[in-house]
Design a protein around this ligand. Structure first.
Ligand SMILES: [Zn+2]
Length: 255
């Protein structure tokens, strides 16, 4: 993987946004790899669909690239709200590459991938409708709230110009691949409980410590009347998949 973009590709462009688009797209097809299989390159999506930028021609996994010259913060601006919710409910969202590049030397600084199965209703936030004076008055966009996604759903590929091996990136993707077979609400619960486990910030934890988050989980799932049983159910799923271990008497450990 090369960190720096081929700036020659942008010599016929003047505007910053066009230059950035041309350079990041060119870099992406030369450097991004499939995280779901061993294919070393991705193809640019031919049909120019709004949400899918790249596709793996071996396993058909789909990808979207979002790039920005400022550091990746808590939120990523995405497209329209309702279609996003709809595609999450249908398990149709692509995997999301998030690229932070340096706009002075046009080199990649940081790159993450959010596996599509970690995009859940809990991490999508509606933005304010566009004002009456806007060309698309009333249109509602959305943000992807990265801090609502557990650590495991933000897989590092480049960290401050250091490149992580594809094998390690793919192993991290594989670990939670079981979520891709679940319906949106069920994988949403697993991700939310995993996030709470990760927020505790330690390897060993107790059920009581997780119960302290029941109000927070209730807000994310207002229709559910059985938050604590749901937490226990998700811990069993995480145990069955080898993510956490039961140590007995209400104590657990992250594997
Ligand atoms: Zn693939």
């Amino acid at each position: 993987m090369e960190l720096c973009f081929d700036v020659d590709k942008a010599r016929n462009y003047k505007s910053h946004s066009q230059i950035a688009r041309v350079l990041t797209e060119d870099w992406a097809v030369k450097n991004l790899f499939c995280i779901s299989c061993n294919q070393s390159r991705l193809q640019a999506a031919r049909d120019n669909t709004k949400v899918i930028d790249f596709i793996c021609d071996k396993c058909s996994e789909t990808y979207q690239l979002k790039s920005q010259s400022k550091t990746l913060g808590d939120k990523i601006v995405d497209a329209a709200y309702e279609p996003m919710i709809d595609s999450i409910k249908r398990n149709r969202t692509p995997n999301l590459f998030l690229l932070h590049y340096n706009s002075t030397n046009y080199c990649a600084e940081n790159l993450l991938i959010v596996p599509r199965y970690f995009l859940t209703l809990s991490c999508i936030e509606a933005r304010k409708p566009l004002s009456q004076n806007a060309r698309r008055a009333g249109w509602i966009g959305c943000n992807i709230v990265l801090k609502e996604i557990p650590l495991d759903g933000k897989i590092t590929i480049i960290k401050e110009r250091e490149i992580i091996s594809p094998e390690s990136v793919r192993a991290n993707y594989d670990r939670f691949r079981f979520l891709s077979e679940k319906k949106f609400d069920s994988r949403g619960w697993t991700a939310d409980v995993l996030k709470v486990v990760r927020d505790l910030g330690k390897a060993d934890f107790t059920l009581e410590e997780l119960y302290a988050y029941d109000e927070q989980l209730q807000k994310l799932h207002p229709d559910n009347k059985h938050i604590r049983p749901k937490i226990r159910q998700q811990l069993q799923i995480l145990r069955d998949k080898g993510i956490v271990e039961f140590k007995g008497s209400g104590t657990y450990r992250i594997v």
